[in-house]
Write a protein that binds this ligand. Structure first.
Ligand code: NAD
Length: 500
């Protein structure tokens, strides 16, 4: 049993609240540690440390700040496997997928290392009367990130790399389910040369989140997690005058047209639906087959693939899918499978009876992969996010219906279409009411230099994560109109200046 405490001002600080949350190893199904849950006062102390450190960091040349990011990139590559091991242990995902989790975060550090170029403002010479006009992007001050359990390396890095490279001090409130990776990231930042107080980690639950969202010293809150909490965080932070981006849940559809190569579609679906046991906000959880013929053939191809998926513990090199994060979450996913059956859908492959037999792992939070056919838009099991190893098949007759389903769904995170028709793909991409679209790409997660964000109940706030949008989120614009006194020829002017 180990304990995880906070990281403040460049050092580990013991939690004082005497409240702890359990840390489980999902692969073996046992509690392996506990994480300190901060009180309001403890969170306030972290914010104070960040506030004290931020001005000197913002005053640093952006070139120097970017060099810290360059160092961080080198360290993260070196530490990738250690981070991935710690990540797998607490999250449960397979090691190769955990390496991907670190890699996708590290790529945001690579992007942020280009901050001298990215922060360049706009300049207009002599807009009138010898006035030059330019704008700069200034940091906000202290900003906070609140993150979910499912990407404990990538999402903290999405937020912190851009926030810090733009000159802010960052307060991280990670998921209490897998809190160790952000602590290791803190060590990486320190080794990279980041001054103390600029990257801080405070663990906690609602009390910590509420403090971050209401404290006037925090200027912006970035949140990723489930929709109900995203909405709550967005509304609370906004009501307290803060900028907020809050990413929520998802139900991602893949449309499959009759001209698609179904073998390739089946492979794409297996990886995107069952990878990370479906605990990804960009997992495809609904396959929309255009035509019964497509659905029948695809189900025939998917069935043996789903049945033969290798479920193993996180460090099993053969494992394609591992345990779910907690036994509660597994029970919730199972509940949705029961519900789908009650609602009249067909469980073509039923993972509920899966038993892990490997010695030492019998009590892990494993669930077999499930394939569900004949799902309809009226079913609750279709409407809700399940977040587990399951794929639902919905049958439609036209492209119009395939566009309508994800467009009318409350979530709008990601979607994709598989087809050989450029016209159909273009129509789908242009019209579908979803924030991230793949064309023959199953998981269309934008790279670091583009921006990540869904629509509708998948994201509150209008500025996405990372890319140029991330830079806009963590900075405010100042526009300067400049003229030198010896150019001023006229006396006092009382009408608004124009170029008429
Ligand atoms: P969650 O909402 O339970 O937790 C997210 C964060 O909110 C955690 O830090 C947690 O401590 C905090 N939190 C939990 N309950 C709270 C409460 N009552 N008040 C205040 N704060 C609270 O989410 P999760 O289970 O950790 O993550 C899975 C969810 O995240 C899924 O819905 C998934 O779709 C979503 N997600 C979305 C994206 C995206 O970019 N859209 C990315 C990854 C995950």
């Amino acid at each position: 049993m180990y304990e995880v405490h906070h990281y403040v001002n460049g050092t580990v600080v013991q939690g004082k609240s005497n409240r702890f949350g359990p840390i489980f190893n999902p692969s073996i199904g046992e509690q392996i540690g506990k994480v300190a849950l901060a009180s309001k006062e403890e969170v306030e102390n972290v914010i104070a440390a960040a506030e004290a450190a931020q001005p000197a960091w913002a005053a640093q040349s952006v070139v120097r700040r970017a060099r810290i990011l360059q160092n961080l990139v080198t360290i993260l590559y070196r530490e990738k496997d250690n981070l991935a091991k710690a990540l797998s242990r607490e999250h449960g995902k397979v090691f190769s997928d955990a390496q991907g989790d670190v890699q996708r975060g590290l790529e945001v550090a690579e992007f942020a290392a280009g901050m001298p170029h990215l922060l360049k403002g706009e300049f207009s010479q002599n807009v009138g009367g010898n006035i030059d006009m330019y704008n700069v992007r200034s940091p906000l001050g202290v900003v906070a990130g609140i993150t979910p359990f499912n990407f404990p390396a990538m999402i903290p890095l999405w937020m912190s790399c851009i926030a810090i490279a733009t000159g802010n001090a960052f307060v991280m409130k990670p998921s209490e389910k897998d809190p160790s990776v952000p602590m290791l990231l803190a060590d990486c930042w320190k080794e990279a040369g980041l001054p103390d107080g600029i990257f801080n980690v405070v663990h906690g639950d609602k009390e910590a989140v509420d403090t971050v969202c209401t404290d006037p010293r925090v200027k912006a809150v970035s949140f990723v997690g489930s929709t109900s909490i995203a909405k709550y965080v967005y509304e609370t932070a906004n009501a307290h005058g803060k900028r907020c981006q809050a990413m929520g849940g998802a139900k991602n559809h893949m449309a499959i047209l009759p001209d698609a190569d179904l073998e390739k579609v089946a492979d794409a679906l297996i990886g995107s639906a069952y990878g990370s046991a479906g605990e990804r906000c960009m997992a495809i959880s609904v396959a929309v087959c255009v035509g019964d013929d497509v659905a029948d053939k695809l189900v025939g191809m998917l069935k043996p693939r789903v049945e033969s998926l290798h479920v193993g513990h996180s460090m099993d090199p053969k494992a394609e899918m591992a345990a779910l994060v907690t036994s509660e979450h597994r029970a919730k996913v199972k509940g949705y499978l029961d519900l789908a059956e009650e609602e009249g859908a067909t469980l073509v492959v039923d993972g509920r009876g899966f038993k892990m037999t490997e010695e030492g792992f019998e009590n892990g939070y494993y669930l077999g992969a499930t394939l569900i056919d004949n799902v309809t838009a009226e079913m609750k099991s279709y409407k809700d996010e399940i977040f587990g190893p399951t794929l639902q098949i919905v049958r439609v007759n036209t492209l119009e219906e395939a566009i309508a389903l994800p467009s009318q769904h409350e979530y709008g995170n990601g979607t994709s279409i598989f087809t050989a028709s450029g016209n159909a793909a273009r129509e789908y991409a242009n019209r579908v009411e979803v924030g991230m679209v793949g064309v023959n790409v199953p998981i269309p997660v934008p790279l670091a230099f583009h921006s990540f964000g869904g629509w509708k109940n998948s994201a509150f706030g209008d500025i996405n994560q990372h890319g140029m949008e991330g830079i806009r989120f963590y900075t405010k614009t100042k526009t300067i109109s400049q003229r030198w006194l010896n150019d001023i020829t006229a006396g006092a002017e009382f009408a608004i200046p124009t170029l008429n």
